[in-house]
Ligand binder design. Structure first.
Ligand SMILES: NC(=O)c1ccc[n+]([C@@H]2O[C@H](COP(=O)([O-])OP(=O)(O)OC[C@H]3O[C@@H](n4cnc5c(N)ncnc54)[C@H](O)[C@@H]3O)[C@@H](O)[C@H]2O)c1
Length: 260
């Protein structure tokens, strides 16, 4: 219990899926969580749920692609809490694409903007905010994907965006270490996890939703999809001081998908 007591954690994409599960678990383990998301209704619902269980949570409406939103978000967080210790960047989008010569540039840019620019801007302003704290320290946790390690057809922008997140995160980790700044940065590479993102792909890319979910489930050697909680537990570990020697790493959690 209380593995992240007294820490303040900003979670982009905290209104749904992996970000929501992380918000619930970090709050249950003693953190004050700031849910930063475009989806106001869902974000407020998560805050109410956490508060109802005695946890500390607040919502900030933020578009991860807008730098000014990040500036304002961290001004507010520092004014209210005086410190920030954890930044989880879980906002992301998936758009399936077709053959390279038929790929739409606007869709490519949209995926890159949210998945790469959003992580860059969030990390930039999280590090800046952590540097302003009385005791500058922190943990940056960026959601990449196994699609940043191995690819699939029709996933060009998504795979490229997640590969970029992995290497960007390593560079951030090394830059902080070079300055002897105790800010760690790690990426998590989840496999296929049952969230709204996967449900949406199952609904749109298959003849039926059930067929889509069965297809994705069968991709794992362990024969099931991951749950958001499977990933939230890794986020808790990276957020806590237990992972103090871990920086610049990829944590792969995929039911054995990439072991073959
Ligand atoms: N679900 C999976 O199988 C899976 C696998 C590997 C990696 N991931 C990655 O994990 C992260 C979370 O995925 P998820 O499955 O929880 O997705 P999700 O769709 O359930 O949740 C994503 C959240 O991001 C928010 N968001 C989207 N664009 C935003 C923007 N511009 N500004 C602010 N918020 C925005 C959405 O409102 C939503 O609340 C993503 O980066 C995703 O690529 C997911």
């Amino acid at each position: 219990m209380n593995r992240v007591e007294n820490k303040v954690a900003v979670i982009s994409g905290g209104a749904s899926g992996l970000g929501k599960a992380a918000a619930r678990l970090l709050a249950a383990q003693g953190a004050a969580v700031v849910i930063a998301d475009l989806n106001e209704a869902a974000g407020h619902d998560v805050v109410a749920e956490i508060a109802g269980q005695g946890g500390r949570a607040e919502f900030i409406r933020l578009d991860v692609t807008q730098e000014q939103d990040w500036v304002q978000a961290y001004e507010g967080v520092l004014a209210r809490h005086q410190h920030v210790d954890v930044a989880v960047h879980a906002a992301g989008i998936f758009i399936a694409q077709s053959f390279p010569s038929e790929t739409d540039y606007e869709l490519w840019r949209k995926v890159m903007s949210v998945n790469v620019d959003g992580v860059f801007l969030g990390t930039k302003h999280a590090v800046a905010a952590m540097q302003r704290c009385a005791t500058p320290a922190g943990s940056i946790i960026n959601l990449a994907s196994i699609m940043g390690l191995v690819a699939m057809p029709g996933r060009a922008a998504y795979a490229a965006s997640k590969g970029a997140v992995r290497l960007y995160t390593k560079s951030v980790a090394l830059s902080c270490a070079e300055r002897q700044l105790p800010i760690r940065a790690n990426a998590i590479c989840p496999g296929f996890i049952h969230t709204e993102m996967l449900d949406s792909a199952a609904r749109t890319l298959f003849d039926s939703y059930e067929e889509g979910v069965a297809h994705y489930s069968n991709l794992q050697p362990v024969g099931r999809l991951g749950t958001p909680e499977d990933i939230a537990r890794a986020i808790l570990y990276l957020a806590s001081d237990e992972s103090g020697f871990m920086t610049g790493s990829d944590l792969v959690i995929d039911g054995g998908y990439t072991a073959r």
